[in-house]
Design a protein around this ligand. Structure first.
Ligand code: 5SP
Length: 214
């Protein structure tokens, strides 16, 4: 699956960004609060507008402090998947249960320097795992290949039936990096620059999907 990443704070461009990727599997919306990460993008009112503007499932990646307080609003608004950071959550088990009760898939994200092993039990409560392959905050950074070891662990546990995760990767995904991520076992590839930096974003989505499948 390919999920183009919308990080724009340029609201005038958002409708065009959505329309340009009609063939995408999910739209990945980067919600940043200028506290958990040093960048500010958009919040719940804009996500509500995006939900009205597209039928593509919306995958909200909350790079925010105190997701225990804020994440539920995104699920109640109709986001398909709501991802919180393990580094920011106070009670991630309750959060997962609340998100699912509100009708969303529950996602957990880990930064490049955060190991996966301490969270394997916790991940039993989650539907998706978002492995960050750049430091969260900005698009256009270089892919950190070391994080693929975490993808391999999640893939292995999922294939054995110990976890039941859709494994996502986010950051620096492009034609040079997507194959190694696919080989490691990623299910869903989040791509910002590689899609929105292309002349034809829809064609870029199709090309990335075909490359991952190979
Ligand atoms: O959340 C983030 C960065 O924090 C990502 O979703 C980026 O927006 C992906 O952009 P590229 O690395 O693909 O340019």
């Amino acid at each position: 699956m390919i999920a183009p990443s919308i990080l724009s704070a340029d609201f005038a461009r958002l409708a065009d960004e959505l329309a340009a990727v009609e063939g995408a599997d999910w739209v990945h919306v980067d919600v940043m609060d200028a506290h958990f990460v040093p960048n500010l993008t958009l919040g719940l009112p804009v996500v509500k507008a995006l939900l009205k503007a597209t039928d593509i499932p919306i995958d909200c990646h909350l790079m925010i402090d105190d997701p225990d307080r804020w994440a539920i609003g995104y699920a109640e608004a109709g986001a398909y998947n709501v991802t919180v950071h393990v580094e920011a959550a106070n009670d991630p088990v309750k959060l997962a249960k609340d998100l699912k009760a509100a009708g969303a898939k529950a996602g957990l994200s880990i930064k490049p320097g955060t190991p996966i092993e301490p969270y394997l039990d916790l991940l039993k409560h989650y539907d998706t795992l978002l492995v960050m392959s750049v430091e969260p905050g900005f698009g256009g950074q270089d892919f950190i290949a070391d994080v693929l070891d975490k993808v391999r662990v999640a893939r292995d546990r999922t294939d054995k039936g110990e976890l039941n995760l859709i494994v996502e990767i986010d950051g620096g995904i492009n034609a040079d990096t997507i194959e190694q991520a696919a080989e490691a076992g990623v299910d869903c590839f989040v791509a910002g620059s590689a899609v929105y930096g292309a002349d034809d974003p829809a064609r870029a989505v199709a090309a990335l999907r075909a490359q991952a499948a190979r």
